[in-house]
Ligand binder design. Sequence first.
Ligand code: C2E
Ligand code: MG
Ligand code: MG
Ligand code: MG
Length: 280
Amino acid sequence: QAKLGGRGGARFFNEEMQQRTRERVALEAALRLGLRDGGLRLHYQPQIDRRSGSLYGVEALARWSHPQLGEIPPARFIPLAEEAGMVAELGRWALAEACRQMAQWRGEGLRVPRVAVNLSTRNFEEEGLVPLVAGLLDAHGLVAGDLTLEMTESMLLDATPSVLAALHALRAMGVHLSLDDFGTGYSSLSYLHRLPIHELKLDQSFVRDLADNATARALTNTILRIGDSLKLTVVAEGVENAVQAQLLAERGSTIVQGYLYGRPMPAQALADWLAGNPQP
Ligand code: C2E
Ligand code: MG
Ligand code: MG
Ligand code: MG
């Protein structure tokens, strides 16, 4: 290990640490404000049922535009929200905004079968989640099946009894539950079959490597078979090109999502996208 160069080096190191802390604190404050004053938006990405070509649903993805720094990607601000204890608030905001948007689309006569919202494990730990969901559905005239809640596989590995109870209550209500980034979280099959979920999202890393990696193809086959056996819908994420789409189709994948079909886009653009992709 290299030593820090004497007193000067240590002081420099310290200043750099302090600078970084100041930046993080400022960014957290800006995110907190953004969450409260409309600085965050949701974009929506289509999910397609390849058999019919129709829209299966849309996934809501948070976007943050910092007043000075511009667009900050979720990979940066979600961890920040986690650290700052704001990730549950972010999830509640996304839930409310997605329900509001769904009701608006319905009012405009748009056929969007369901909207998927990404939640953090924090959201499922909160006692108020189930009544919040019920209240939002009711307030916007939606039914439970209009809503999918996504959670990552890794976050469920250490799910507490209260998280599991919330999942069961949501499932009983009729809300769809989806396991995101599936295949990266090491869950055991016996555990999976006890979870009250409807859907697995095949992680995009497998899709990315399909063409040139036999292991990715084998794992994709396996995950699609798991979906069949457990009667779970498998959504393939991150489909970018026709080769990947073909390799997925050959393996019996039906629901696909990715840049090949549509990027995450503002709600209005989704209306235009639907107009350009007539539904059978
Ligand atoms: P995710 O839920 O797995 O979402 C899929 C990510 O893949 C999105 O990144 C999406 O824009 C991107 N993507 C979609 N199609 C393609 C493709 O064809 N190629 C490639 N390379 N990427 C594609 P995004 O929007 O940057 O979001 C990243 C992650 O941030 C999400 O991963 C999700 O875990 C998290 N996230 C986003 N919005 C929210 C939110 O409202 N709440 C929470 N808790 N997490 C969120
Ligand atoms: Mg997701
Ligand atoms: Mg994912
Ligand atoms: Mg992800």
